[in-house]
Design a protein around this ligand. Structure first.
Ligand code: AMP
Length: 197
C-alpha cells in the first residue's frame, strides 16, 4: 500500500500530477476541491456552504473537511492499493486528523510530495486555467486570497512534514513528464516503490 499526499500552493500542478500518479502506481485519488465542486454543481446544502468559502478563497472549516474525508476513507482504502490525497490536508489539524484516521484503518502516510513553484508562475497558471475551464475561483481577486491563505494556513505543513521525515520536495516548474520523473525518483528513494508502468 502506498499512501501519498500531493502538496503545494494553488496552481502548483497537484491535479495534473495526481492523474499521473494514479495511473503509474495504481492508486485511488481524492481531491477535496473536486468533491466540493461537485457538491456545488449539484446544489446540495454542503455545496452551498462550501461555495460561501470557496468563492472568497477561504478554507472550509476543519471539522467539516475531516468528516468528509472520514466518510470516504473506507472506500478509498478497501482494496489496499493506496491513495493520493490531493488538496488535503491544508491545515495542521487536518494533518493530525489524517494521521489518526489512517492509523485507525491500520495504515499510514508514506510520503508528502511537495510541488514547489514560484508565485508569479502560480498566478499565470491559475489565470490560464480559469480562462480555459471557467473554474470560478481562478479569478485575480480570489487567487490573491487563496495564496494568502496558503501562506498563512497551509505552508506550515512543510515544516510539519519535514520534521516527520516524510516531506519530499520536488521542483514543480517545467514539462509535466519531467516533473513526474522527479516525483517518481523521490518516491523510489524514500519508499523503494517503483511505478508499475
Ligand atoms: P483545490 O481544488 O484543492 O484548489 O480546492 C479549491 C478550494 O476548495 C480551496 O480554495 C478551498 O476553499 C476548498 N478546499 C479544498 N480542499 C480543502 C481542505 N482540505 N480544507 C479546506 N478547504 C478546502
Amino acid at each position: 500500500m502506498l499512501n501519498l499526499v500531493i502538496f503545494g500552493a494553488p496552481g502548483s500542478g497537484k491535479g495534473t500530477q495526481s492523474a499521473k500518479l494514479i495511473d503509474a502506481y495504481g492508486l485511488h485519488h481524492i481531491s477535496t476541491g473536486e468533491v466540493l465542486r461537485k457538491e456545488i454543481a449539484a446544489g446540495t446544502e454542503l455545496g452551498k456552504l462550501a461555495d460561501s468559502f470557496i468563492s472568497k478563497g477561504q478554507l472550509i472549516p476543519d471539522d467539516l473537511m475531516i468528516r468528509i474525508l472520514d466518510d470516504m476513507l473506507p472506500t478509498l482504502l478497501a482494496d489496499g492499493q493506496g491513495v493520493v490525497f490531493d488538496g488535503f490536508p491544508r491545515t495542521i489539524p487536518q494533518a493530525e486528523a489524517l494521521e489518526k484516521l489512517l492509523l485507525k484503518h491500520g495504515t499510514e502516510l508514506h510520503g508528502v510530495i511537495g510541488l514547489e513553484v514560484e508565485e508569479p508562475e502560480l498566478v499565470t497558471r491559475m489565470l490560464k486555467r480559469g480562462a480555459e475551464t471557467g473554474r470560478a475561483d481562478d479569478n485575480e481577486e480570489t487567487i490573491k486570497n487563496r495564496l494568502k491563505v496558503y501562506h498563512a494556513q497551509t505552508e506550515p505543513l512543510q515544516k510539519y512534514y519535514c520534521e516527520k521525515g516524510t516531506y519530499l520536495p520536488v521542483e514543480g516548474s517545467g514539462v509535466v513528464d519531467e516533473i513526474f520523473g522527479r516525483i517518481a525518483g523521490g518516491i523510489e528513494r524514500h519508499t523503494g516503490v517503483k511505478p508499475r508502468k
